[in-house]
Design a protein around this ligand. Structure first.
Ligand code: AMP
Length: 498
């Protein structure tokens, strides 16, 4: 039975409406944004989307910079029962066309610089309204919202009503849309609040991108559901973060952020004395970084582990022992198992209220991702120690995770293979202190070609978001293959990963 109380927005509203004047966001320029102003803006935007015929269940595809109104837009989608579909602003128009085709949105919201091309490519042929939102909180979405009411009746949801569609690169085939329900998001946020003892007095340094579950659901939802505040920064800049640390109590980041903060040489105990927790996830945090950070700040980074399909699954504890190199203990309410006995590596499988409702319009993939008893097969190889702590030892697949973002090798290989003078190539992830893994291309040139590393990087940049572009290119005379003709990445990795 659909009820307003099942809508995640309603859970936020119960907390935020207790004190509407309280600051929710502190911006880079020091400007403070109250809870009330975000809530009113979310109603105006929800009304504007409705006025364009958006109906509950419709996807709203959003590819904009990270700006203040991004939060109001997210809340507007929840309020209206629209499905929030965020996209990395770095995607090129050829990359987004796949997502627009697959998600079939009712409305596209993009940066003004993409308006004309998106109108030509998708808006006109598919009759999809295209609205704009600029990094100065301007654009046609905002002008359309201005005259709208600041009241909006929250859409009543069933517990499994879809709240968001987030695409994650799979290891085979194209990225799949991961369907996250209101209940997935509420239950995971409540668990994280309990685990990390988050409260209204916390102030989070928010510097993560918001097209991925980490910045979006782990960070924003936990702040909205506790009534805390956020120092909301458009992107990660180590110097700015160092300046913000004395005014904050929490930080969430990918391991790269922590290595970069350390590199500034400006972290010290006194600067971090108000901080309660530094949390890391999305990629492995190296033991060196954990130790160096403790040395510099007296803080042990809390490493946690999750994925888009399952939201967060494990975390090192706030009060108990934080083990470096481990992603901690299973979160409350989650069943986690590893296909092999204690201390042996096996595939990690998960069941719980955090598990997504499936892959968008891919029933077969959804079925394949589950065991017969309903556990989700994560594809992550892990081991559990005698204290119940889990260590992720690697991926079953060859996905490269760079700076916390997934790069699907085949996509990059395709672009490089298309370059004139390239015979073939393969992409591997090479461990890197800064990025976790660095996208690395191993290329075979055509006979007599003078093609060099810079040229390949330059040409790849034209086709792909910068985080997918190889950090290094190596040339070899041939790629090793097995008898079935498959490239043996394990052999290549042995050669290039020292
Ligand atoms: P995504 O769906 O983009 O969030 O990527 C999820 C994948 O990131 C997981 O399946 C893991 O392979 C990896 N991952 C996330 N957190 C960690 C972590 N703390 N340590 C190692 N790998 C992680």
């Amino acid at each position: 039975m659909p009820e307003i109380k099942n809508n995640l927005y309603n859970a936020f509203d119960n907390v935020l409406s207790k004190d509407l004047n309280k600051t929710l966001l502190v911006l880079q320029n020091g400007l403070k944004v109250s809870r009330e102003s975000v809530i009113m803006q979310s109603a105006r935007i929800a009304n504007a989307l409705k006025s364009l015929n958006a109906k509950p269940g419709d996807r709203i595809s959003i590819q904009t910079e990270k700006i203040t109104d991004s939060i109001a837009l997210y809340l507007a989608c929840l309020r209206g029962g629209f499905v929030y579909h965020p996209l990395n602003p770095a995607y090129t128009s050829s990359e987004v066309s796949y997502f627009f085709d697959d998600a079939d949105p009712a409305i596209i919201i993009c940066d003004p610089k993409n308006e004309e091309i998106y109108k030509t490519l998708f808006g006109v042929p598919k009759k999809i309204p295209i609205l704009t939102l600029s990094n100065q909180n301007k654009g046609s979405l905002i002008s359309r919202s201005k005259s709208q009411s600041t009241e909006y009746r929250t859409h009543a949801c069933a517990t499994d009503t879809l709240a968001a569609l987030v695409y994650s690169s799979g290891t085979t085939g194209k990225p799949k849309g991961i369907m996250l329900s209101h209940n997935n998001l509420v239950s995971n946020t409540e668990t994280l609040i309990k685990t990390w003892k988050l409260s209204e007095t916390d102030c989070l340094i928010h510097t993560l991108p918001i097209f991925h579950v980490h910045g979006l659901f782990v960070a924003i939802n936990s702040c909205l559901l506790t009534g805390g505040s956020m120092i909301f920064l458009p992107y990660f800049d180590p110097k700015t973060v160092i300046d913000c640390i004395p005014r904050a109590t929490l930080m969430m980041g990918v391991p790269t952020y922590y290595t970069r903060l350390l590199k500034t040489g400006q972290l010290n105990r006194s600067k971090c004395k108000n901080m309660r927790l530094f949390i890391s996830g999305s990629a492995p945090l190296s033991i060196n970084t954990f130790n160096d950070f403790k040395q510099a700040t007296n803080h042990e980074i809390v490493e946690r582990y999750g994925m888009t399909e399952t939201l967060m699954n494990t975390s090192n504890p706030v009060d108990g022992r934080r083990k470096s190199g481990s992603v901690g203990l299973p979160l409350e309410g989650m069943s986690i198992r590893i296909s092999n006995p204690i201390n042996e590596v096996g595939e990690l499988e998960i069941k719980g209220p955090n598990l997504c409702t499936g892959y968008w319009q891919k029933e077969e993939d959804t079925k394949r991702s589950l065991t017969v008893d309903g556990f989700f097969k994560t594809g992550d190889q892990a081991r559990e120690d005698t204290d119940g702590y889990i260590t992720i030892v690697g991926r079953k697949t060859d996905l490269v995770i760079t700076g916390g973002l997934n790069v699907y090798p085949v996509e990059v290989e395709k672009v490089i293979n298309d370059i004139k003078d390239v015979l073939e190539c393969t992409i591997i992830g090479v461990p890197d202190d800064d990025f976790g893994e660095a996208v690395t291309a191993i290329v075979v040139r055509k006979d007599g070609s003078q093609l060099n590393e810079n040229k390949i990087i330059e040409l790849t940049k034209k086709k792909l978001a910068s985080y997918k572009v190889p950090k290094a290119v190596f040339f070899v005379s041939q790629l090793p293959r097995n008898t079935m003709g498959k490239i043996q990445k394990n052999i290549i990795k042995q050669q290039f990963i020292k």
